[in-house]
Design a protein around this ligand. Structure first.
Ligand code: OAD
Length: 254
C-alpha cells in the first residue's frame, strides 16, 4: 500500500494538546474479530441484529443469544491486539491529553496497553444478571443449550454489553461527549458511523471546531464531514501516522 500521510494531518497532530480517537469494529478486523456489517463474514451475516442483540431477543430466545455470545467470547479469547491497537496505545503516551473512546466490547485496546479506555458498549468478557445487573464471575455449569443463572438472585445471566434499544452506560457516554467537545483533533477509526449516539461524537467535535481524520479502507456515513481521509487498514495506517508525527524511532521495541 502506498499511503502517505498528508502534511496537514501531521501538523494538526503535532500542534494538538487534546486528541480523541473513536474506534469501531474495523480496528479489530485484523486481529481476526469479524466486523458487524461485512456482508459475507460480518457478525450479523446469519441473524439480523434484532434477533441477537436486543432485550426482546434475549427474552424470547435466551439460549440462542447466550450461545452467540459464547461463540464471540471464544473468538475474542484467541484474538491478539494488532499494530493499530498498539499505535493508539503509544499515542496515549505521546500526547498531553489523549482519550480513546471505543464501541468495541473485545478489550483489545486494553490488551495493547491503552490505560484509559472509554467503553461505550460495555465489555463482552464481563457477565451480569439480567434482573439486577449483579456482576458475576462464577456460575454453576448448565447443560448445553441452557443459560446459567445468577447465584445471588436467580435471574438469567447475560454479557455486560449494550443491546439495541438499551441506554449506553451514562458515565461513559458523558465522558465521551465531554472529550469530543474539547477535542482539537479526532481520529475516527474502523467504524461505519451508523450507530448512534457513538456516531454523533465526531459531529459534536466538528461543531466545536475539531479537525476530523477518518481511518478506514471504505467510505462511511461519516466520510462527508471529515477534514482528511486515510484510506487503508488501521493496522497499517495508524503506525504510519504515529511515525509521521513523532518519528520512525518511536515505535521501536513496542
Ligand atoms: P461496522 O461493522 O458497522 O463497521 C466496521 C467498519 O470498519 C466499516 O466501515 C469497515 O469499512 C471498517 N473496516 C474494516 N476493516 C478495517 C480495517 N482493517 N481497518 C479499519 N477499518 C476497517 O462496525 P461498527 O461501526 O463498530 O453495537 O458498529 C457500530 C456498532 O454497531 C457496534 O458497536 C455494534 C454494532 O451493531 C452494538 O452491538 C451495540
Amino acid at each position: 500500500m502506498t499511503l502517505s500521510i498528508p502534511q496537514e494531518v501531521v501538523r494538526y497532530l503535532r500542534e494538538a494538546d487534546r486528541v480523541v480517537a473513536l474506534t469501531g469494529a474495523g480496528i479489530s478486523a485484523e486481529s481476526g474479530v469479524p466486523t458487524f456489517r461485512d456482508a459475507q463474514t460480518g457478525l450479523w451475516a446469519r441473524y439480523r441484529p434484532e434477533e441477537l442483540a436486543t432485550p426482546e431477543a434475549f427474552a424470547r430466545h435466551p439460549e440462542r443469544v447466550w450461545a452467540w455470545y459464547t461463540w464471540r467470547r471464544n473468538l475474542v479469547r484467541q484474538a491478539r491486539p494488532n499494530a493499530g491497537h498498539r499505535a493508539l496505545a503509544r499515542m496515549e503516551r505521546l500526547l498531553p491529553s489523549f482519550t480513546l473512546v471505543t464501541q468495541n466490547v473485545d478489550g483489545l485496546h486494553q490488551a495493547a496497553g491503552s490505560q484509559r479506555v472509554i467503553e461505550l458498549h460495555g465489555n463482552l468478557m464481563r457477565t451480569v444478571c439480567a434482573a439486577q445487573r449483579h456482576e458475576v464471575s462464577r456460575w454453576e455449569p448448565t447443560p448445553e443449550g441452557q443459560v446459567p443463572r445468577c447465584p445471588r438472585c436467580g435471574s438469567l445471566l447475560r454479557p455486560d454489553v449494550v443491546w439495541f434499544g438499551e441506554p449506553l452506560p451514562a458515565a461513559a457516554l458523558q465522558a465521551a461527549v465531554e472529550a469530543a467537545r474539547q477535542a482539537q483533533v479526532m481520529l475516527v477509526v474502523g467504524t461505519s458511523g451508523l450507530v448512534h449516539p457513538a456516531a454523533s461524537l465526531p459531529l459534536l467535535a466538528a461543531e466545536r471546531g475539531a479537525y476530523l481524520v477518518e481511518v478506514n479502507p471504505q467510505e462511511t456515513a461519516l466520510s462527508g464531514v471529515m477534514d482528511a481521509v486515510l484510506r487503508g487498514p488501521a493496522g497499517t495506517v495508524l503506525p504510519r501516522l504515529v511515525e509521521a508525527v513523532w518519528g520512525a524511532g518511536v515505535l521501536k521495541g513496542w
